[in-house]
Design a binder for this molecule. Structure first.
Ligand code: NAD
Length: 303
């Protein structure tokens, strides 16, 4: 039976460290790390995500500002708000909840956020810095996956990793981080052939396709580590339930370690958002956090 990678417990540890960093920033620099969250429209799932992020932020002492904009907000109006937040010295992180309503161009919104306040790590400069192996603000979900993997493996060097999914927010940055950790990385996607046999050779499988039960036990090498990023909503007996991309019960019999859904990558993602908020402070003010996770390097590489 596989070891359970408990994202809830692990995220609590990360949040404890973030809280320590927040206290240190307050004591040594009189700074209240502050996250501005921008939500355009009334998408119910986005409202839940935003509420959860702000709740966790306040639990670790991070200040938050909520900007709720009408669904009909124009590109110019949103650009103006972001420009104001970019130049506000009391705001350290800016998160624009995606997806945006159809009339708004996501790419240009992301590109308008100051790269040092880009706590999602989606700005093209941060994407490029990650690809080049430089220290930067890294997307939260893959960063959370790396912390989970580090729980299981003291050294990832030389491991065969397969990332299923190639999105800009999960698959690609995940692959970049694994490469920096000196894994041999394969990115699989919807057009990949023989995906099962590719996965069967892997020491690490990251499932991020958004397809329920895509990864089953026959895909997994005995003892491999499986991280399930997927979130799929299903209905059982009229009740809504969230499941991942991995057939959890069956894969647990084969894998060495596995993360559950819910209680896996989800809580880690929020914890890493808050971790990025304290990192954003240190980038803007050049005040190093010598203790705690602020000093933790998830983008180390050696050639
Ligand atoms: P996406 O739709 O942008 O990308 C999905 C990727 O999976 C694509 O690259 C596609 O090529 C690939 N894919 C689709 N079907 C496939 C198949 N049958 N075989 C192999 N590859 C296939 O999704 P995303 O934003 O990357 O998110 C992926 C999943 O992770 C979703 O379920 C999403 O809800 C979830 N997610 C979870 C968190 C979290 O915090 N836990 C964060 C972000 C995304």
């Amino acid at each position: 039976m596989a070891q359970l990678i408990d994202g809830k417990a692990l995220s609590a540890q990360v949040l404890q460290q973030v809280a320590a960093d927040v206290a240190l920033l307050k004591a040594d620099y009189d700074i209240l790390p502050t996250l501005a969250v921008v939500l355009v429209g009334e998408d119910p799932a986005s409202q839940v995500y935003v509420r959860n992020k702000m709740k966790r932020a306040s639990e670790v002492g991070i200040g938050s500002r909520e900007h709720l904009l009408d669904a009909g907000t124009t590109q110019d109006e949103l650009a103006q708000l972001i420009a104001t937040l970019n130049s506000d010295p009391l705001v350290h992180g800016i998160l624009v909840q995606l997806p945006l309503p159809a009339q708004l161009d996501e790419d240009s919104v992301i590109a308008s956020i100051h790269p040092d306040k880009d706590v999602d790590g989606f700005h093209p400069l941060n994407v490029g810095a990650l690809a080049a192996g430089r220290d930067t603000l890294v997307p939260c979900t893959p960063q959370g996956c790396m912390i989970m993997l580090n729980q299981v493996h003291s050294n990832l060097s030389g491991k065969n990793a397969v990332v299923v999914g190639r999105s800009n927010i999960v698959g690609k940055p995940m692959a970049a981080l694994l490469l920096q950790a000196n894994c041999t990385v394969t990115i699989a996607h919807s057009r990949t052939q023989n995906i099962e046999s590719l996965c069967r050779q892997a020491d690490i499988v990251i499932a991020a396709a958004g397809r329920m039960a895509l990864v089953d036990a026959t895909w997994i090498k005995p003892g491999a580590t499986v991280i399930d990023v997927g979130i799929n909503a299903i209905e059982i007996d009229g009740k809504r339930k969230l499941v991942g991309d991995v057939a959890f019960e069956a894969v647990s019999q084969v894998a060495g370690a596995i993360s559950p859904v819910p209680g896996g990558v989800g809580p880690m993602t929020i914890a890493c958002l808050l971790l990025n908020t304290t990192r954003a402070v240190t980038r803007q003010l050049a005040c190093p956090l010598e203790q705690g996770v602020g000093a933790m390097n998830t983008t180390a590489r050696s050639d």
